[in-house]
Design a protein around this ligand. Structure first.
Ligand SMILES: [Zn+2]
Length: 140
């Protein structure tokens, strides 16, 4: 449901597992076994987690920039940090390169580098950060 947000959170260096199963019970079991926080837009799952003592974040927006904003109000730092493969969550290894810095996923072999797409992502995070600051001054 929030796979795109999951990929973005990995770009920020966070350890975000892909759910192994889609049923709520299995998801909650995985969260408990791996001491993870569930991120969901499903209110029913959110309340079930609260009842079971499993940490859960309820995301309200459907737009990725708003979802990232919600995560940032919860303390997630909106700064690109290439540590995790966005597809499989494995820890990346830096590889030698004669131009920009490069990383590779040891599991799925996906390559990461700081190219034009990187600047685009930086700009998006920057605009969310400045939006947040504007809100903060507005309400203080
Ligand atoms: Zn990978």
């Amino acid at each position: 449901m929030l796979m795109r947000l999951g990929r973005w959170l990995r770009l920020l260096g966070l350890d975000v597992a892909n759910p192994k199963e889609s049923s709520d019970c299995e998801l909650m079991r995985q969260a408990r076994d791996e001491s993870r926080t569930i991120i969901t837009r499903d209110k029913r799952l959110f309340w079930a987690c609260l009842g079971a003592g499993i940490k859960c974040v309820l995301i309200r927006s459907s737009k990725i920039s708003d979802q990232l904003m919600e995560m940032s109000t919860m303390g997630v730092v909106l700064q690109l940090d290439p540590k995790r493969c966005t597809l499989c969550n494995s820890l990346l290894l830096e590889v030698a390169s004669n131009s920009s810095r490069m990383w590779q996923c040891p599991a799925c072999k996906k390559l990461y580098w700081q190219g034009g797409h990187w600047e685009k992502m930086e700009r998006m995070l920057e605009s969310i950060r400045s939006c947040k600051e504007r809100d903060a001054t507005q309400y203080s």
